[in-house]
Design a protein around this ligand. Sequence first.
Ligand code: ZN
Length: 384
Amino acid sequence: MAMERAGAGALGLVLLVGLARPAWSEPPEVVVSIKPLHSLVASVMGDVGAPSLLLKGAASPHSYSLRPSDAKALNRAKLVFWVGEGMETFLVEPLEALSGQARLVEIAELPEIELLDAREGGAWEVHAHDDHDHEDHAEAEHHAEKHEHGDGHGHDETAHADEAKEHEDHAEAEHHAESQEHADGHEHAEAAHADEAKDHEHAEHAGHDEHDKNLHLWLDPHNAEVIVKAAVKALGEADPANAARYRANGEATLAELEMLDGELRSDLSPVKDTPFVVFHDAYHYFEAHYGLTAVGSISVDEGRAPGAKRLREVREKIVQSGARCVFSEPQFEPALVATVIEGTPARTGVLDPLGAERAEGPAAYGEIMRGLAASLNKCLAPQS
Ligand SMILES: [Zn+2]
């Protein structure tokens, strides 16, 4: 009797092991662009498998270029998660080349994602790195005589009416062509007409207008939840054999995110109303969600150092607003921040929106968010 039972048990175990590991349950190759996004996807995958991360260390998505090993990873990928063309510009062309080969999940395009407008005016002026074309427009306005389309033909300043027209055509074509046109990387160097900007906006996508949006969207825990749900869905569809595990991991991740959110809200409440200045406008989502008081940014564009005029403006802003702290980032030159605060009472701190120094993996997202809160708390605390 006892033997029989033991035998049945052993057989049962064999059957269970057999069911849990069918031949087709190999997890798909998953590639994710940046560390915070990677962390959320990794958390959903759990011990089913680990996604590959493209941007490591202190690389900035605004200026990164693809390495050969990245290209290889992308070629093997069945599933790719990225923020969107206004953030990881370096991925636009490689992802087009993958057409049909891998499923692409563009986070900025998810309907449930909440997108904030890029900020303009005063010390928030020109942080248009999320929109390289428009940045170029603004620059070109001041000194351009003759302009060159990336697609090869030049235009005279006087030809604006025609250009506007041409852009309308672009816009229409793009509506049908699913933004392939823009993805080709053509850059419009001519001055930014309101009309043009509008055309571009509408030309981009049927869902969100990525242009004029701030795409550092992962720093809002609500958006993190949307990302987790999207990962559960996309992974489950790419790998139905493990769908239940992705769902369970997703539920656990959502519960963790809710706890994290509550923790950060109470941690940050003492410094909510203390003004500060950031390096580049990467924290709009974090500030908006936790009701913080950022008063401006230093950087015109991550690729370039701000000029003397800009520095003067930021210094004025610091003094006027009583900003207690100016934050640099691991991705960019900290020396700049020292220059900016010269002659002001502000302190300096570091904010890291991407987790440059954190290990990749499921824990990174929480570490990045807690790291931001800790830096803010430390630098914004009243002087004792
Ligand atoms: Zn940025």
